[in-house]
Design a binder for this molecule. Structure first.
Ligand SMILES: [Zn+2]
Length: 690
């Protein structure tokens, strides 16, 4: 028995290597255990439904029609499955629950007599909860399609569960399962209203498209749970255990079994032939429900538990447009679209793709591209050139015979001016209180996030100066991404030995913390990115590895990372991107990004600016003076004798004499170095604060 489990664990591990394959069929037991803890109604509701089921009298006549809504949660990937695939899935359900599946011919003779027509049918909703036209499929864009869990349902909220069976389809599931659903009792009462239904991998839905025939019964299995069926071996997720012979699925005609993960149809594990071909098995060869399972599902559909008894009422079928002969209008589209790439160098081409949904019959496109060429288009997939630098909106109006709708994505397209931006060297300590906005618009950084918390300036923690950037990972979901993108960086003076340096601090909050920090470089203004640096949690930690829930680094708990950018000396401009992927750990801190700063500037740089400070020595304040030969951007950096940065800023110098006041009131007395940089020159002077 022991070696058997080793094999299972190893095979799960290898299966995991393939991106979207489930490591096991179903997590219904786990998710219902969780609901039992969280839902105050659950215990009583489960008992009530058990009592109701035990006295329920089946008449065998009623056909139960269940309105269904699919929430396709996607991020424009293959998980945005086709309507054909969803219709195929509905077809599979209607075969399986009506015993119209062709493979009933393979049912072993001992079970042919109890293979049930469950008289349950499924129809895509045609009227939504607000009384509006729907094709029964919502397409919701969210990064939570990856590593999906119960939070994913908040991104694509459930429709009222007394009117619809909610099915969410996703790219991957956090637990590694192919899907899961709730027993009615677990979600009875208001706690369950937001989560009741089925969550399923998109490539386990139906038999076509991204799915395959061997996956198509996963939804049949999960809806079995939704209608109160357990696994044949009992209420657990542990098939193959001898003790399962003493567990019960509360259905009289399913023989006791230890449960199966392979299709061994002659197995007799508890003294009689097992019903290995049952949909509620893990055998991947299910072809039937039993009459007892049918009656148990009918009881669930006639019980008030989790409002299943309203789904199939005539009034609800009319309310959801699923009654016989209801055709309804073709729905007006819900407009969506995507640009690839949405950022690029001035003059770049963008391909726009229509992702509108709720209809198959879009007949007109009316695009508007302010700042683009062409400025409008009627194509489904236009290509647009953005010659003039700027940030632009895009609008699409799409229509069919019923009507039209439109959507505007604001600040969606970035056409980057490659002639302006940050000059080398770059010293970014996040000291500017308006960060990510800079004094000059072409020097603005940008931040985006998929979770609750992205890169945020923190004025209470720093490696140098008084501020840094930080991501509050423990307030995000696992997999949430926080992105920091630099402005265009002019790299004319980037030498072949160029390095980017930055300081970071991080601690895990548990053994499972799985943060990732990555740095990318783009030479085409953000259209494409090349990975230059990647560290996972174990290599990011700067506190020796202790688990800390709210990590605040001391000065010694920072480390410096150095990445060679020598391959970019041949490019006239680059952009940098820092990506933090949250993994339920503590905060990640970033400070003091330096690019192209000479390491031994004190000894090598001549004072071409004529830089002086007066008074010097000084108390608290002094004034810098220098001569610029033309209007130019100047970076000013002050470090102490240990090299620690105490002040950094940028200013626009005029041609001729420039002055800049320095205030070191909050810094201790001692020796400091002021360094001035322009695109072409640099200089340094020593300051003495008394
Ligand atoms: Zn299951």
């Amino acid at each position: 028995m022991k070696s058997f489990f080793v094999i299972i664990i190893l095979s799960s591990f290898f299966l995991n290597l393939s991106a979207q394959d489930a490591t096991r069929l179903c997590d219904t037991w786990e998710i219902n255990q969780r609901a039992m803890k969280l839902n105050p109604n659950a215990k009583k509701a489960i008992q009530d439904l058990k009592d109701f089921t035990s006295t329920y009298k089946e008449n065998g006549k009623q056909v139960y029609i269940i309105p269904v809504v699919f929430h396709v949660v996607h991020n424009y990937g293959t998980e945005n499955i086709s309507k054909e695939q969803i219709l195929d899935a509905i077809n599979v359900l209607n075969e399986d629950f009506r015993l119209r599946n062709l493979d009933t011919m393979y049912i072993v003779s001992q079970f042919k007599g109890i293979a049930a027509d469950c008289t349950i049918e499924f129809r895509l909703a045609k009227i939504d909860p607000n009384g509006n036209c729907t094709d029964g499929i919502e397409r919701i864009v969210s990064p939570l399609t990856k590593n999906a869990n119960e939070d994913t349902k908040m991104a694509a909220p459930a429709w009222p569960r007394d009117k619809y069976l909610n099915v969410w389809t996703v790219a991957s599931i956090e637990s590694g399962a192919a899907g899961y659903s709730y027993y009615p009792g677990s979600v009875d009462g208001s706690w369950g209203e937001d989560v009741d239904g089925v969550l399923l991998l998109s490539n386990y839905l139906g038999s076509i498209g991204t799915s395959q025939p061997s996956h198509k019964r996963t939804l049949t299995h999960e809806i079995g749970h939704y209608l109160n069926l357990m696994h044949p071996w009992g209420n657990s997720n542990s098939p193959g255990i001898a003790d399962n012979c003493y567990e019960d699925d509360e259905v009289t005609d399913t023989p006791n079994t230890i449960g199966h993960t392979t299709c061994s149809i002659t197995a007799e594990t508890c003294g009689s032939l097992d019903n290995v071909q049952n949909y509620m098995e893990y055998s991947y060869c299910g072809v039937m429900f039993t009459l007892g399972q049918r009656d148990r599902m009918h009881a669930a559909l006639n019980s008030t538990t989790a409002e299943r008894n309203n789904l199939w009422t005539t009034a609800n079928l009319i309310a959801t447009g699923t009654n016989d002969n209801y055709t309804g209008p073709d729905c007006i589209p819900v407009v969506d679209f995507k640009a690839i790439p949405y950022s690029g160098c001035m003059g770049y081409n963008v391909t726009f793709t229509d992702f509108s949904w709720n209809t198959d019959t879009i007949s007109s496109y009316n695009w508007s591209f302010p700042g683009g060429n062409p400025a409008s288009s009627n194509l489904a997939q236009p290509v647009v050139t953005y010659d003039t630098p700027g940030i632009y909106n895009v609008t699409l109006q799409a229509g069919n015979a019923t009507g039209s709708a439109s959507m505007t994505k604001t600040a969606y397209i970035s056409s980057i001016d490659t002639t302006t931006g940050l000059n080398i060297p770059i010293i970014e300590g996040f000291e500017n209180v308006t960060f990510p906005l800079a004094s000059f618009a072409d020097e603005n950084w940008t931040t985006t996030k998929t979770g609750n918390y992205g890169w945020q300036r923190l004025a209470t923690v720093s490696y140098s100066g008084t501020a840094c950037l930080s991501v509050r990972n423990n307030g995000n979901n696992i997999g949430d991404e926080s992105v920091l993108i630099s402005p265009n960086i002019l790299t004319d003076t980037l030498g072949v030995n160029a390095m980017i340096k930055f300081n970071l601090a991080y601690a895990k909050s548990s053994a499972e913390s799985s943060e990732i920090l990555r740095m990318f470089v783009s030479v085409d203004c953000g259209a494409t990115w090349k990975l230059r640096y990647s560290r996972t949690a174990a290599n990011l930690v700067t506190n020796g590895g202790a688990y800390v829930s709210n990590f605040i680094p001391t000065q010694s708990q920072w480390k410096e990372e150095t990445v060679s950018l020598s391959t970019y000396s041949a490019y006239p401009h680059i952009m940098l991107k820092f990506l933090c992927v949250s993994g339920d750990g503590s905060r990640l801190y970033l400070d003091n990004i330096n690019l192209g700063v000479p390491t031994n500037i004190e000894s090598t740089v001549s004072n071409q600016f004529g830089l002086t400070a007066y008074p010097n020595p000084f108390e608290k304040t002094t004034q810098l003076e220098w001569i610029s030969s033309e209007p130019e951007k100047i970076a000013i950096l002050i470090t102490d004798v240990t090299g620690k940065q105490v002040f950094a800023t940028k200013t626009e110098a005029v041609e001729g004499l420039n002055r800049f006041a320095i205030d070191l009131t909050t810094s201790p007395k001692g020796i400091y170095f002021v360094k001035l940089y322009s695109n072409k020159e640099s200089a340094t002077v020593k300051l003495i604060q008394l």
